[in-house]
Write a protein that binds this ligand. Structure first.
Ligand SMILES: *Cc1c(COP(=O)(O)O)cnc(C)c1O
Length: 368
């Protein structure tokens, strides 16, 4: 008997559907659609949920990183260290700020920015480090903060996969100058379109980002700096407000599904280890030495998976102008990782199905 397909994600509103509709209707009835009362209220609510003093809504997570860098004074002539394994947008955001991305390798197991590789990449032009809390697990912020302090560098955290996450108990995005979040629909807190936010405890950074996101205006039609257009919609902000109260429960659910995977998966696949209890499981990547065959096998059993990410940043043609150094651990992750389905709407029987499918692959590989 063939089971129905198990999709990698399901983005349709679920138990929050009625609240999402109410939120959209409220904005339509008000007739005010870009930067307004919903954005302001969401900023206050998201800052509180994230353990920061300020939040500023912007158009995307990429813009959140770029605007944080710009607000911190980073631009032309500056170097910014980025992990070699992340969404390419982390590196693209550095370029959009006018700075040069310098890629440093990741830790072998955790796949987040390695502090010693980061220290080795520092030059006289380095101004900032952008650790990425990849898959929902924080980078080793204790070690990275030491590197930042030793070399007087800013820490700007890419929290696009780590809403409500913590690093050794400290909320992500609050260790250094600030944190950048994405509300792309697949993220742990997702809009029904694009969205992003910066969190910071520094009021002057928050003020500068508010200005930069809106064309650099001080008052309407008075542009004092060359900002960009990166405004958050009222409808998206209202939707995010409707979803935010359920985020903690959804995160707990992700953690419990991840624990079920760890109990049930066969030894032939190796989950990326949980090294920090503040992991929020945006994704559940495993390593398999026969990754592509394993993915094809799961597909024949109706289990949809994705690869995050198949190409390390130094190997992306988009970054070739920056003469990136090879980063072997990032390259190895690109060849070995496979993300299994994990989202709050799954239940433990779905996890069992994926684990059984993984076990069947192992059996099928035993020579006759
Ligand atoms: C999603 C993501 C981004 C970019 O966010 P957008 O909202 O798509 O611009 C940046 N970094 C990481 C790690 C991401 O996962």
């Amino acid at each position: 008997m063939n089971l129905p397909p198990l999709p990698f994600v399901d983005l349709r509103p679920g138990e929050d559907a009625a609240d999402v509709r109410t939120a959209i209707d409220r904005v339509i009835a008000r007739g005010w659609f870009v930067l307004g009362p919903e954005v302001e209220a969401f900023e206050a609510e998201f800052a509180a949920a994230s353990g920061a003093r300020h939040a500023v809504g912007v158009a995307t997570g990429t813009d959140a990183i770029t605007l944080l860098l710009r607000a911190a004074g980073i631009g032309a002539g500056d170097e910014v260290i980025v992990p070699a394994m992340t969404a390419a947008y982390t590196g693209l955001a550095v370029i959009a700020a006018g700075a040069r991305p310098v890629f440093a390798d990741v830790e072998a197991e955790r796949i987040t920015l390695d502090a010693s590789a980061c220290a080795a990449a520092v030059t006289s032009k380095t101004r900032a480090i952008v650790p990425v809390h990849l898959y929902g697990q924080s980078a080793d912020m204790t070690a990275l903060q030491r590197v930042a302090q030793r070399h007087s560098l800013l820490l700007i955290e890419d929290c696009c996969q780590a809403h409500l996450g913590t690093a050794a108990g400290v909320p992500v995005g609050t260790t250094g100058a600030g944190g950048a979040f994405s509300f792309y629909p697949t993220k742990n807190l997702g809009a029904l379109g694009d969205g992003g936010a910066v969190i910071t405890n520094d009021a002057s950074i928050a003020d500068r980002i508010r200005r930069l996101r809106n064309g650099g205006q001080s008052d309407r039609y008075h542009h004092v700096v060359a900002g960009i257009n990166s405004r958050l919609d009222e409808i998206q902000a209202a939707i995010l407000r409707a979803k935010l109260p359920r985020l903690a429960a959804a995160t707990a659910r992700r953690r419990s599904l991840a624990a079920a995977y760890r109990r049930q998966l066969p030894a032939s696949v190796t989950p990326v280890p949980e090294l920090d209890a503040g992991h929020v499981y945006h994704l559940f990547p495993v390593r398999s030495p026969e990754r592509d065959a394993f993915q094809a096998h799961l597909r024949t059993l109706g289990v949809e998976t994705l690869i995050h990410y198949p190409v390390a940043l130094p190997q992306q043609p988009a970054f070739s102008a920056f003469a990136p150094a090879d980063c072997p651990y990032a390259a190895r992750a690109a060849a070995e990782v496979l993300s299994l389905p994990l989202y709050p709407r799954l239940d433990e029987s779905d996890i069992t199905r994926v684990a059984d499918a993984a076990r069947a692959f192992q059996k099928g590989r035993v020579p006759a």
